[in-house]
Design a protein around this ligand. Structure first.
Ligand SMILES: C[S@@+](CC[C@H](N)C(=O)[O-])C[C@H]1O[C@@H](n2cnc3c(N)ncnc32)[C@H](O)[C@@H]1O
Length: 502
C-alpha cells in the first residue's frame, strides 16, 4: 500500500534548464539590493526574514530585470512604462533549448562554413531580450524583427547601449506593406539600425536582395489570407541563411483573454500580447512561411503559451512535410511555457547506414510511472501501438510479452504514426525515403518479427526490452526507429518526467 507520505508527493515537473545561470543560483535580492541602490527600495523582508519583491508592481519587476541583466550579463537595458517586461531566467531557458537543438545530432550540423550562429528573433519587442541574451551568453548574431515603432526604437536603443555586442544584432522593421501574404512585392523588412548586414562569420556583406517572387511556392490558402503584417516571408532576404528562428508570439486573441495575472505585473501592450487568432494563428503563419523558406533556416522554433495548441500545430507540421518535430516545456517558478521546433533538413540516421550493424536487442526504462499504471497497462499499450499499424500481435499476459510481426507496409504505417505524438522527435519515414534516395537500401520484401517484454524493476520503474526474432532483408535502422518511437509514445503516456531532448 502506498504510504500517505507518498500519496501527497507532487508529481515531478520539468525544471529550469540545467545550463541556465539561475538553475542553481536563483537571484539573490538582498545581494542585488546592496549592490544597486536603485533596486533597494523595491526589496522588503517577509516574516521569515527572506528578501522579496512585489511581483504585482511593474516598476519592481522592471528594475529586477534591469539589475539582473546588468549584474549577470553585463547588459545596459531599459524599456518604457507598460512594455512587456521579460523575466530573465524564463527567457534564458528558451535560449539554452536552442543551444541544445543546435548541438544535438538529430539533424546534420549546419555546414554554412560559419563558426558564428545566426538567429532570427520574430517580434523582438522593445526589450530585445533574446538577441541580447543570445549575443551576450553565446556570441550569437541576430536579426530581431518587429512591427511597432516603440519596439523598434527601444530595441535599437538597447542594442546601441551595449557596444560590446551591438555589431552582432540587427533590428529589422517589418512593414505592413500589403496586409496580405502575397508573392508580389515581398520585401517588407527594412533595416532600422542602418548598418550593413553581417553574415554569420561577422564579416560585413552587401545588403541582400529581397527574395525573388518567382522563388515562392506558397501554400494556396496562405496566399488568400488577410493575415496582417508579414512574419518571415518578405522579411527574410534573398540569400540569407539562419541557424534558427525563434519567437515569443502574441499569445492571445483579445486583451480580456490576456487578462491581468494578479500575481505578477510584467506589462504588455495590446500590440505585444494580442493578434487575430492568437498564438495558434501566428505560429500557423510561421509554419506556412517555413515551407517556402525551408532552405533559409536550419531550425524553426516558437514558444507557446498554451499546451493545447501543441497538438494542432504538430499536426499542421505533419501536413507540410517537416522531417522533424521537437517539443519541450519551459518551467520557471509558477510559469509554464512550451517550445516547438521543426526542421526540413533530413535527420541524421546513423542507424540507417549499412556500415553500422543493427542491434538485435534494445531496451529502455520507463521511470516515474504514474501510480495508477502497472506493467500490464504498458503491455496493452505496446500491443495497441503495433496493432494500430496493422502488425499482427500476440500478447502473453502471464509472461508479460508481446510477439509482433510486421510487414514492410505495416512498419511504414507504424513509423508514420510517430509525428502524431506530442513530446519528442518525429523523424521522417526511412522506408519512404528508401524509395527516393540511392543512399538507402531497398525496402524489405519480408517481415520483421520481434518480441517486446515488460519487467518491473522497482516500483515506478519498468524495463522494456525489444528482441529481434527474425529479420529478412530489412532496411537497416527500422527496428531501432520503431523501438525509439515506442519509447517516446510510452514515455509520453505514462511518465511524469517527459524530457524530450536526449
Ligand atoms: C509577446 S511580444 C514578445 C517580445 C519579446 N520577444 C519577448 O519575448 O518579451 C510579441 C512581439 O511581436 C511583435 N509582432 C507582432 N506581429 C509581428 C510581425 N508580423 N512581425 C514581427 N513582429 C511582430 C509585437 O510587436 C511584439 O513586440
Amino acid at each position: 500500500m502506498p504510504s500517505k507520505k507518498n500519496k501527497r508527493k507532487r508529481p515531478e515537473r520539468p525544471t529550469i534548464h540545467p545550463k541556465n545561470k539561475y538553475s542553481d543560483n536563483p537571484p539573490d535580492f538582498a545581494l542585488l539590493a546592496s549592490l544597486y541602490p536603485s533596486f533597494k527600495p523595491f526589496v522588503f523582508y517577509s516574516r521569515d526574514g527572506r528578501p522579496r519583491i512585489d511581483w504585482t508592481d511593474f516598476n519592481s519587476t522592471r528594475e529586477l530585470t534591469r539589475v539582473l541583466l546588468l549584474h549577470d550579463h553585463g547588459l545596459d537595458w531599459w524599456i518604457p512604462d507598460g512594455q512587456l517586461c521579460p523575466t530573465v531566467p524564463n527567457r534564458s531557458n528558451y535560449i539554452h533549448w536552442i543551444e541544445d537543438l543546435l548541438s544535438s545530432d538529430i539533424i546534420p550540423k549546419n555546414n554554412n562554413n560559419r563558426d558564428i550562429v545566426r538567429g532570427f528573433d520574430i517580434g523582438t519587442g522593445a526589450n530585445c531580450i533574446y538577441p541580447l541574451l543570445g549575443a551576450s551568453l553565446l556570441g550569437w548574431t541576430f536579426v530581431g524583427s518587429d512591427v511597432t515603432d516603440v519596439a523598434l526604437e527601444w530595441a535599437e536603443r538597447n542594442v546601441k547601449s551595449n557596444q560590446h555586442i551591438s555589431e552582432l544584432i540587427e533590428i529589422r522593421k517589418v512593414t505592413n506593406c500589403q496586409g496580405t501574404l502575397s508573392i508580389e512585392d515581398s520585401n517588407c523588412g527594412e533595416l532600422v539600425n542602418g548598418k550593413s548586414k553581417m553574415d554569420g562569420s561577422g564579416s560585413v556583406v552587401d545588403e541582400a536582395e529581397p527574395l525573388p517572387s518567382s522563388s515562392f511556392d506558397l501554400p494556396s490558402d496562405a496566399k488568400k489570407k488577410d493575415s496582417g503584417p508579414p512574419i518571415l516571408l518578405g522579411v527574410v532576404r534573398d540569400g540569407e541563411k539562419f541557424d534558427f528562428c525563434m519567437c515569443n508570439p502574441p499569445f492571445f486573441e483579445t486583451m480580456e483573454e490576456a487578462g491581468l495575472n494578479p500575481k505578477t505585473s510584467c506589462g504588455g501592450t495590446p500590440e505585444e500580447m494580442v493578434c487575430p487568432g492568437g498564438e495558434r494563428a501566428f505560429i500557423t503563419r510561421i509554419i506556412e512561411d517555413s515551407v517556402v523558406l525551408k532552405e533559409s533556416f536550419w531550425w524553426f522554433t516558437s514558444m507557446l503559451g498554451r499546451k493545447t495548441n501543441l497538438k494542432f500545430l504538430t499536426s499542421k507540421l505533419r501536413e507540410v512535410g517537416v522531417t522533424i518535430v521537437k517539443t519541450t516545456e519551459f518551467v520557471q517558478g509558477q510559469t509554464c511555457r512550451w517550445g516547438l521546433a521543426w526542421s526540413f533538413v533530413p535527420p541524421v540516421r546513423k542507424i540507417i547506414s549499412p556500415l553500422v550493424p543493427e542491434k538485435s536487442n534494445l531496451s529502455f526504462t520507463l521511470e516515474g510511472l504514474q501510480r495508477q499504471f502497472s506493467a500490464f497497462h504498458v503491455l496493452q499499450s505496446v500491443e495497441s501501438f503495433f496493432c494500430n499499424g496493422g502488425a499482427s500481435c500476440k500478447l502473453n499476459a502471464s509472461s508479460f510479452v508481446v510477439d509482433i510481426t510486421a510487414s514492410n507496409d505495416q512498419c511504414k504505417a507504424i513509423l508514420r504514426n510517430e509525428a502524431r505524438h506530442l513530446d519528442g522527435a518525429a523523424t521522417c519515414n526511412p522506408l519512404e525515403k528508401a524509395s527516393n534516395s540511392s543512399s538507402y537500401l531497398h525496402p524489405p520484401s519480408n517481415n520483421l518479427s520481434f518480441r517486446i517484454s515488460v519487467f518491473q524493476q522497482i516500483p515506478g520503474t519498468l524495463l522494456v526490452r525489444a528482441s529481434l526474432q527474425r529479420r529478412d532483408n530489412p532496411v537497416p535502422g527500422v527496428f531501432s526507429l520503431i523501438i525509439q518511437q515506442l519509447e517516446e509514445t510510452l514515455r509520453c503516456k505514462y511518465c511524469r518526467d517527459k524530457a524530450t531532448l536526449n
